[in-house]
Design a protein around this ligand. Structure first.
Ligand SMILES: O=C1C[C@@](O)(C(=O)O)C[C@@H](O)[C@@H]1O
Length: 258
């Protein structure tokens, strides 16, 4: 995408995101309102956590509604697959086909003149059809977070660099990696990879280590070049280890996070 990013803060400082974890539209709308009141820079709609079967029309309508309700705070639309720690039971191409239907449904809402729109969509780089989805989303005027989640381990440094390189090549507006560390050494490796990649690449990065052992990475990742972090605002975390937004902002200030 060219032009200014809506997804990330324009002043280059760390973008603090809060995700919905609600199973109903009303829960998501309430959580999003609380997130905005708490000062979130970005609201993520975790559409995979909605109850019932994946429904493209329902997801698009809720994303558009949140886009309108949260404005000027941008909305990131995410349908996290089971394969990457989410609840969307869509395997192989089914996941990409579903997301493509959501983007189509968003376009139809636009044509109908419905106000509101997400600013960006999350595309899991490991799902078949990811490259096509990046183009589709860009054509629809959405920024793209290319993401990778390992909910069991922390891949070797070379694999993490290779992923970031691939995300950059495919046209990510943000390259995001979340891993599960076995201990402090994995967290230190992730932060090291972040610092090296930040110096070497133009694409903005977001990296985080999940769980208790990874908590320090969420507080400190901005110092190493990460641009986006997830926090909670009174609701359940969307991944293990997310700190409350006030604690995060306090820690970032102490650490001199940009
Ligand atoms: O990809 C991410 C990052 C995340 O998994 C985390 O660890 O904070 C939380 C998810 O909601 C989001 O989609």
């Amino acid at each position: 995408m060219t032009g200014t990013s809506r997804l990330l803060r324009a002043d280059g400082r760390m973008t603090v995101a809060v995700a919905t974890t609600g199973a109903t539209e009303q829960d998501c709308l309430d959580q999003a309102r609380r997130a905005c009141e708490a000062g979130a820079d970005l609201v993520e709609l975790r559409a995979d956590l909605l109850d019932g079967e994946p429904d493209a029309g329902r997801t698009a309508r809720l994303a558009a509604r949140l886009g309108a309700d949260c404005a000027p705070v941008p909305v990131l639309l995410t349908v996290r697959s089971c394969a990457e720690g989410g609840a969307a039971e869509l395997e192989g191409r089914a996941w990409s086909e579903h997301l493509a239907r959501v983007l189509d449904a968003l376009d139809s809402l636009d044509e109908a003149g419905t106000a509101g729109r997400p600013a960006a969509v999350d595309v899991e780089i490991e799902r078949p059809g990811a490259a096509g989805l990046v183009d589709l989303a860009h054509r629809a005027g959405l920024e793209v977070v290319l993401s990778f989640h390992d909910v069991a381990a922390t891949p070797p440094d070379e694999a993490l660099h290779e992923l970031l390189e691939r995300m950059s090549r495919l046209g990510a507006d943000l390259a995001k990696i979340a891993v599960m560390p076995a201990g402090p050494a994995d967290v230190a490796r992730l932060l090291g990879v972040t610092a090296t990649a930040h110096e070497a690449r133009e694409v903005p990065l977001a990296t985080m280590a999940m769980g208790e052992a990874g908590a320090v990475s969420r507080l400190a990742a901005g110092v190493f070049g990460s641009r986006l972090v997830f926090a909670t605002a009174g609701g359940a975390p969307s991944a293990p280890g997310q700190p409350p937004i006030e604690d995060l902002r306090h820690a970032m200030a102490l650490l001199g996070t940009p």
